[in-house]
Write a protein that binds this ligand. Structure first.
Ligand code: SF4
Length: 310
């Protein structure tokens, strides 16, 4: 007679592995610290964030508790107020608009995003391909640094664009006549990437350019923290289950989840230690943990501690 083992009832101690680079990156951490410092010391006026500083509920609550508000269209701004530009950065047009409001502007743009903006500005006379999530604030901001940018969100879009360019098909989906580049005069394209891009996407794009003999100068602008986090996933590949920690709106957390899901069947996406109550880890012995750039270390340590003592 076959014995049916109810895995839900199996309990055993866990080995817990934390992926290198998991959690807050230095750009986001610096922005949060700076904002909290300003909130603590501000005597007059309000503090507004030009967009969510970080996709993390706890950090959002902490900032709100300190009186930090989100800048809305209807927000009334006074000269004593302070507006904080988040780590993803903003476009030149948006910066100009904020500066005209007359209050203090504190720029928390990560220097590594600033570097991408500088590369785009310096090559604004060339056609530029920007690999990344079209709707992400970083991409929206970077697109404001040149009129000659085409965003490609995936390899299929990238392949379609370079095919269209090679055929000089100006009616291709990503090539519009209102752009000011003369395609007959410009033979070299530039490529830059969102700071949190999937490294495999960039590698596949490079390979495609080689195969198609497409003349392009590639700037690998994926930041070191993102690379460390993506490479850190490799240390989790022999785990029985993996927990990915991060806000449900965090693009880089989603990317980590999707990448590890290709290797491990049991992957759980949670936002904080309380969510551990909703998942059953008993069937798994070796548990890996990773986290997006918007997850602070204290949340990770709490989760690590909770699982270790089970
Ligand atoms: S992910 Fe990289 S570029 Fe983006 S804020 Fe963090 S360190 Fe800066």
């Amino acid at each position: 007679m076959a014995i049916v083992l109810n895995l839900n009832r199996v309990t055993r101690s866990h080995e817990v592995v934390m992926a290198p680079g998991a959690g807050f990156c230095h750009g986001v951490e610096a922005a949060v610290e700076k904002t909290l410092h300003i909130a603590k010391n501000k005597k007059n006026g309000h503090i507004f964030l030009d967009g969510e500083l970080v996709h993390n509920r706890e950090v959002g609550d902490q900032l709100r508790a300190q009186g930090v508000q989100l800048l809305e269209e209807h927000s009334e701004i006074c000269l004593e107020d302070t507006i904080i530009i988040r780590a993803h950065g903003i476009s030149l047009r948006r910066r100009f608009y904020l500066e005209r409001l007359g209050c203090e502007i504190v720029d928390c743009t990560c220097p590594l995003v600033g570097r991408i903006a500088k590369i785009i500005e310096a090559h604004s006379g060339y056609p530029i391909i920007l690999l990344g999530d079209r709707d992400h604030a970083e991409i929206e901001g970077l697109c404001g640094y040149s009129k000659n940018i085409r965003v490609c969100a995936n390899l299929a879009e990238f392949a379609q664009l370079i095919d269209a360019v090679q055929k000089k098909d100006r009616m291709g989906e990503n090539i519009s006549e209102d752009k000011c580049i003369n395609f007959d005069e410009v033979s070299t394209w530039m490529l830059v990437c969102q700071s949190t891009l999937d490294m495999d996407f960039l590698e596949a794009a490079k390979d495609l350019c080689d195969q198609k003999n497409f003349p392009i100068k590639i700037f690998d602008t994926i930041c070191g923290a993102t690379k460390q986090r993506q490479l850190g996933l490799r240390t989790l590949e022999n785990c029985d289950a993996v927990i990915v920690v991060g806000g449900k709106h965090s693009a880089n957390t989603k990317r980590l989840y999707e990448k590890i899901k290709q290797k491990i069947r049991a992957v759980f996406w949670i936002e904080n230690a309380k969510n551990l109550a909703e998942i059953n880890l008993n069937p798994y012995r070796k548990i890996g943990i990773t986290a997006g750039a918007s997850t602070p270390q204290n949340i990770l340590q709490e989760i690590y501690g909770e699982i270790s003592k089970k």
